[in-house]
Write a protein that binds this ligand. Structure first.
Ligand SMILES: *[C@@H]1O[C@H](CO)[C@@H](O)[C@H](O)[C@H]1NC(C)=O
Length: 190
């Protein structure tokens, strides 16, 4: 059962004012620059360009959005979930190992994808991607939500602000206190 405040936050994130129809222009439906290769020189080796309601207002109420992802060799998109959207991924360049895990039982569905391959991550399920090739990879991904949301599991669990009480994480993950403290420090938001 979802708590009221989380539900409320989801609603206010999804909801945008409608523009006065007389003021709508072609550029409200336009976004450019996805031809420009993303710079992957950062610690994760990833460059994710989101095209969603925050930068393309014409998406309002249309239940669709897009992302363009550049992966350096061996870059990983950590296990995460999109609480409001199913994801459809198309590989344009490179080789990705991808997968998602169902809720109960926790069965994994995984696949190696090459150029031209398509994979679906059903709404809400935890999934991941890794570039297993020796070259950069490029993928486009679309969502049936104007604002699908993005929750990285490790960050939510070990990097919340303020932190989750370590006793919860020690029991939940059967870890030593030192390991929990290490993870909370390593993943803590800056
Ligand atoms: C993604 O690539 C763009 C274009 O090169 C660059 O301006 C931006 O800083 C990059 N983002 C990250 C997180 O590296």
């Amino acid at each position: 059962m979802i708590s009221y405040d989380v539900f409320y936050v989801m609603i206010i994130c999804e909801w945008k004012f409608c523009k006065d129809p007389a003021q709508v222009i072609a550029n409200d439906f336009f976004f450019f620059g996805l031809n420009i290769p993303g710079n992957m020189r950062n610690k994760n080796g990833l460059n994710i360009t989101l095209v969603n309601i925050d930068n393309l207002v014409g998406l309002n109420t249309l239940d669709i959005s897009l992302a363009c992802i550049d992966y350096a060799p061996y870059a990983v998109i950590s296990p995460h979930t999109h609480p409001r959207g199913t994801e459809l991924l198309v590989v344009i360049e490179g080789t990705l190992l991808v997968g998602f895990v169902t809720s109960d039982p926790n069965k994994i569905f995984t696949k190696v994808l090459n150029k031209g391959d398509v994979f679906i991550f059903p709404i809400g399920l935890i999934h991941f991607q890794i570039n297993i090739g020796e070259t950069a990879a490029l993928a486009f991904t679309s969502f049936n939500s104007q604002n699908p949301g993005f929750i990285t599991i490790g960050n939510a669990v070990f990097g919340s602000n303020p932190p989750i009480n370590p006793d919860v994480l020690i029991k939940a993950f059967q870890l030593d206190k030192g390991v929990v403290e290490y993870l909370q420090k390593a993943i803590a938001p800056n």
